[in-house]
Design a binder for this molecule. Structure first.
Ligand code: PRT
Ligand code: ZN
Length: 283
């Protein structure tokens, strides 16, 4: 049995749950408890506040966890980053009142900066040789300059609209972040084995996400031209059709070249092109 720590509610919750369900893991839909066991995989989910996830994995209370890189960096938790998950993307930036003149980071010398991420900020300022007064507040950091609590802020930015609506302007981007799967250092052999099964499933889903299964009918006279256009991921499947002189070609296409290739196949005489999503692709 492996235990995964996930955010109980908040911005990472939906994507984390979707990601477990795409890996085929079923969790009871009944009232959510703190700890819920999967019905079809040796995994249990521990619901926590995101702030507590890095430490719970570092200490081994949970074996793995899903959390923003920013939380890991802030807490300096001693964990392995197993996988970047591609959701919960944001950046951590310094912002100042929008009408202030700004040339470079030396602006912050002697200034009061409000943040919930004092660890990341103090390391950054130290690396730039800037001494500022870091004022830790949790929540609503963006209102601090407006109410005279600070001269500037260091906070998470995504679209930037929170800054705009508080008359602030982003002046330095300190780190980019996304959700990551983290793991306890030194898992037992049994847990490491379950983890590798889980990672294998995740990779299969990920590979499938940007691929399509494509079927089409092709006149035999054009078959060689069509096969030339298809990328060489192993040979496509070619089957004769009941109608003489035609065959059916099945293949898998990557999203990046998809539209280009479909256009060329049509102009070569392929007909009845059918595009199907792929649920899993086992390497
Ligand atoms: O209750 P719990 O402690 O678990 O949750 P939380 O309130 O601490 O965190 P939550 O759910 O808000 O965010 C969880 C994680 O999502 C963060 O640690 C980031 O890794 C990631 N993330 C991605 C974000 C954002 N985007 C985001 N936009 N976290 C917060 N924000 C906030 C930000 O603080 C600011 O107030 O959204 C505002 C800025 O958004 P824009 O779009 O206006 O720029
Ligand atoms: Zn939090």
């Amino acid at each position: 049995m492996i235990r995964i720590a996930v955010q109980a509610k908040g911005r990472l919750y939906d994507d984390t749950m979707a990601f477990l369900s795409e890996a085929g893991i079923r969790l009871s839909a009944s009232k959510r408890a703190l700890l819920v066991q999967a019905s079809n995989f040796p995994l249990e989910v521990l619901y926590l506040r995101d702030d507590d996830i890095p430490e719970s994995v570092a200490s081994g209370v949970a074996d793995i966890g899903v959390v923003g890189e920013n939380e890991c960096a802030e807490r300096g938790a001693d964990v392995d980053v197993l996988k970047r998950l591609g959701f919960g993307r944001c950046r951590l930036s310094l912002a100042i009142p929008k009408d202030e003149a700004y040339e470079d980071i030396s602006w912050f010398s002697g200034k009061k900066v409000a943040t919930s991420y004092p660890g990341i900020l103090s390391r950054y300022l130290a690396s730039k040789g800037v001494r500022a007064d870091i004022h830790v507040i949790t929540g609503s950091v963006e209102i601090a300059p407006g109410i005279g609590l600070a001269d500037a802020i260091f906070d998470i930015v995504s679209s930037g609209s929170t800054l705009v609506s508080n008359s602030l302007r982003e002046v330095e981007t300190v780190m980019h972040s996304e959700a990551v799967l983290i793991g306890h250092k030194g898992l037992s052999a049994e847990k490491a084995d379950i983890l590798s099964q889980l990672l294998f499933r995740m990779d299969a889903v990920r590979t499938a996400e940007d691929r399509k299964y494509v079927l089409m009918n092709v006149p035999n006279s054009k078959l060689d031209d069509v096969l030339d256009v298809l990328p060489g991921m192993r040979s496509p499947t070619v089957m004769p059709l009941a109608q003489e002189g035609w065959c059916s070609v099945h293949t898998v296409l990557g999203e990046e070249c998809f539209w280009d290739i479909i256009g060329r196949l049509k102009s070569l005489g392929a007909e009845g092109i059918l595009v199907l999503p792929i649920e899993n692709m086992v390497p």
